[in-house]
Design a protein around this ligand. Structure first.
Ligand code: ATP
Ligand code: MG
Length: 262
């Protein structure tokens, strides 16, 4: 279980981006962190992996526990060895390297097993990557790159994978493929923490969700409850009470007007 207890995150000692968030990710579950731009979702993930460090950020209050042990502020490499891997926003592949080289690089911090064995495991789980193994990563489609960065995370044999906006900018068919993979990882017992703006797909897969706004959790609950919550339906799913989709223009107007914290 990953547990956040009243976690605050500061950038550059002055910008309070996360203002006391508490959340739980039970083993073998899928939890999603939702919210609009700037809500603090990515910052929360970076606080857990402590990659926030590379952006002059730090956890200024609260604590983060994994498997009953405090990991707050630990070295990022140590957190990977504990079993948490963070797939960052933006599909950061090594563009000039092959798919396989990208995977091998991802495996260097692995907790166990030799690289060849782990490569075979990843190819077994993501067969599309096996077919692409000699291709240059920079020329892959966005969806293929997303599969690659997930594969690279798996090379570390994690217990928990955190993924930031896996569906961003992907065509619907590719979103289905990526989420199909995530569903199979979940079925195999991997724990997932997914940040999404694509509320609909995230709530389909997740067991539980948190909605963030301005650095705070403003709503949380089982995914099915959130799907049926009126605010979520209107604000994030763009549905009226009758289940009709609102026009984009209405939604834009609505988004500007509506604030979770009043
Ligand atoms: N490196 C940084 N230095 C200073 N402030 C930052 C930094 N990164 C993010 N912030 C600020 O922290 C707040 C939360 O940003 P964050 O990236 O966590 O939001 P988000 O929910 O992931 O948004 P998005 O959906 O747009 O990715 C924002 O106000 C943002 O401007
Ligand atoms: Mg983000």
């Amino acid at each position: 279980m990953l547990e956040l207890n009243n976690v605050e995150v500061l950038y550059s000692d002055v910008i309070l981006a996360v203002k006391g968030i508490s959340a739980k990710v039970p083993d073998a579950s899928c939890v999603t962190l939702l919210g609009a731009n700037g809500a603090g979702k990515s910052t929360t993930l970076k606080a857990i992996s402590n990659l926030i460090k590379t952006e002059d950020g730090r956890v200024s209050a609260g604590r983060i526990d994994f498997g009953g042990q405090a990991i707050t502020g630990h070295e990022p490499s140590g957190i990977v060895r504990q079993g948490i891997v963070h797939v960052m926003e933006g599909r950061k592949v090594l563009r000039h390297m092959s798919v396989e080289q990208n995977l091998v690089v991802g495996g260097h911090m692995s907790r166990t097993g030799d690289a060849k064995q782990r490569l075979d495991e990843v190819y077994g789980r993501i067969s599309r990557l096996a077919a692409l193994r000699h291709r240059t990563a920079g020329y892959l489609s966005g969806g293929e790159q997303q599969l690659l960065v997930i594969g690279r995370a798996l090379m570390a044999r994690p217990k928990l994978v955190m993924i930031d906006e896996p569906s961003l900018g992907l065509a619907p068919l590719m979103v289905d493929e990526v989420y199909g993979l995530l569903a199979s990882l979940k079925a195999s017992g991997l724990t997932l923490l997914i940040v999404e703006q694509n509320t609909r797909v995230a709530l389909e897969l997740a067991d539980y969700g948190y909605v963030m706004e301005s650095g705070r959790v403003v709503l949380e609950g089982p995914a099915d409850d959130l799907k049926n919550n009126e605010d979520v339906r209107e604000f994030y799913l763009g549905l009226t009470l009758e289940g009709e989709r609102k026009s984009y223009r209405d939604m834009k107007h609505y988004r500007r007007r509506k604030r979770w914290l009043g």
